[in-house]
Design a protein around this ligand. Structure first.
Ligand code: DG2
Length: 244
């Protein structure tokens, strides 16, 4: 049965500081490294050994995959990295404090920017401190200046179809090491979640979420299965409460 392991990176230093991150390339915090290690141990304990891994171009996802795969003794598997797995570009909010943003703009606007399906934050100014326009890793990419979740679905799905599905079809256990919102985009697609209901879905850091898929690549258990459901439940509440 095709098996997909989704892993949001461990806590980053900006997650710990409660800052909007998006495409800013911040490292894991010490806690995040521990979460990645725990994620890898959970995979090993379960005997769920990835054959290939796909990551974003951001070091928090890359480091998480490295640490987790090392812990599961799968550090040697083939890896593919692509900007299409990147976090949602958070536009002009990148680098801003979530609590201050909530206080300044109010709950409704804050949640529209964080969780609505189709309202992007204001675009980031080119050349500003947290923009990526001079970053060589995006050479040749029509990099966005902001994104809503619908934009992430639109840029992620071509990658899913052209790069991930062939691995699943070949019978490989596929791990995707990515981000809160890029994984929300994929889960929305896999589980057929509505544009409205996806607002209520949050993904915790560092806990593997496993999907078994049928021959049509539809999840056999909607929502998949977290390898540590109690820790996931607690961490999901923490993500939902960010900014408060
Ligand atoms: C977080 C998600 O992304 O933030 O960009 O700030 O997964 O890369 O840490 P990640 C960010 P929220 O949408 O949950 O506020």
């Amino acid at each position: 049965m095709p098996t997909l392991v989704l892993l949001r990176h461990g806590q980053s230093v900006w997650n710990a500081k409660n800052l909007f991150t998006g495409w800013v390339d911040v490292p894991l915090s010490e806690q995040g490294e521990q979460e990645a290690l725990r994620g890898g141990k959970l995979l090993a304990d379960e005997g769920l050994l990835p054959d290939v891994v796909h990551t974003s171009l951001l070091r928090r996802a890359i480091a998480t995959a490295n640490i987790a795969l090392d812990a599961a003794d799968r550090h040697w598997i083939p890896v593919t990295r692509d900007w299409r797995l990147n976090e949602r570009h958070y536009g002009a909010l990148q680098g801003k404090d979530k609590k201050q943003t909530l206080e300044e703009f109010g709950e409704e606007q804050f949640m529209l920017w964080r969780r609505s399906y189709d309202t992007p934050p204001p675009p980031i100014e080119k050349g500003s401190e947290f923009s990526q326009d001079a970053d060589p890793r995006y050479e040749g990419v029509d990099a966005p200046l902001t994104e809503c979740l619908a934009d992430v679905v639109a840029r992620f799905l071509p990658y899913w179809e052209s790069r991930v599905l062939p691995d699943l079809r070949a019978g490989k256990v596929v791990m995707l090491a990515a981000h809160g919102n890029s994984l929300r985009a994929l889960v929305k697609y896999l589980d057929g979640i509505s544009d409205t209901d996806i607002a209520g879905l949050n993904i915790p850091t560092g806990i593997p979420l496993v999907y078994e898929l049928d021959e049509g690549f539809v999840p056999t258990t909607p929502g998949g299965r977290y390898l540590d459901p109690d820790a996931a439940e607690e961490a999901i509440a923490g993500v939902a409460a960010q900014g408060r």
